[in-house]
Design a protein around this ligand. Sequence first.
Ligand code: URA
Length: 207
Amino acid sequence: MQNLQRCTACPRLADFLAEVRTRRPDYHARPVSPFGDPRARLLIVGLAPGMHGANRTGRPFTGDYAGILLYETLHRYGFADHPESVSADDGLQLTDCRITNAVKCLPPANKPEPAEIRTCNHYLSDELKDASEIRAILALGLIAHKAVLTALGLKQSALAFGHGARHPLPDGRLLFDSYHCSRYNTQTRRLTTADFHDVFEAIRREL
Ligand code: URA
């Protein structure tokens, strides 16, 4: 992705990553690029890299708790050739699926600021524009849902976020919503494995 690896457009995030690189020289600690099939029909949009996951390994949802349910589910529904994503060089292949984040840099306390979400949005917008194959978008959580609407030039009020929702988009694509597969959501059972699988059943019916 053009210039993403050198992006310092959000000063707070760029400073934080510089600090993390000093403390953790073995960490990726740079913007995290999308991962997966460049001709995918399914684009999954997460929130932002986690400190010891994507920010460490350089691959979305890889190396921390949030990726466990996601990659297991991708494997179950035929989008991944292994049920686990361990590191950026583990050979895992995604088929017909790509994973990205609304914000490409690690935010302090896992909380990007609204201005940072807006500043980063042109990357997501380009990802959607450059890939006419995408038929379905899965937003993991409210921030991802809103980022997708912004990236598509839709009003925030156009479509309400709801777990399990299936929204037809004006361009003919579909937007699916799920609660984020974070440790918090899965451990509190706000998101159960069965609920998450149901979302992928619905996606599979369309693809
Ligand atoms: N890791 C990611 O890459 N994205 C998330 O939203 C959470 C963890």
